[in-house]
Design a protein. Structure first.
Length: 92
């Protein structure tokens, strides 16, 4: 039985209810941050990120982060961005 894929509208609605899970500081997209972000997406397919710096680069960095992690940038408002990556199918 396959899971139903949530719509963009549903994801934005659910994102309103969650707090930022991870914060991105001035160091940017370090390998350590990318590993932590990837791990966070494994535990929760919907993730809210708060930018602690990078004022000018936020939009570019958010797109890069989605591309690098295979996630979808759902929305970006001010200092926060919301990402979604469907859970991987279980391998037995």
């Amino acid at each position: 039985m396959s899971q139903e894929v949530p719509t963009l509208r549903e994801l934005k609605s659910r994102a309103q209810l969650i707090k930022p899970t991870i914060r991105l500081g001035k160091a940017g997209l370090t390998p350590e941050f990318l590993a932590a972000f990837d791990e966070a997406l494994r535990h929760s397919p919907l993730l809210k990120l708060k930018f602690e710096g990078l004022k000018e680069e936020r939009k570019v960095v958010a797109r890069q982060l989605a591309e690098t992690t295979g996630s979808q940038l759902i929305q970006q408002v001010g200092h926060t961005a919301v990402f979604h990556r469907p859970p991987a199918a279980k391998q037995d």
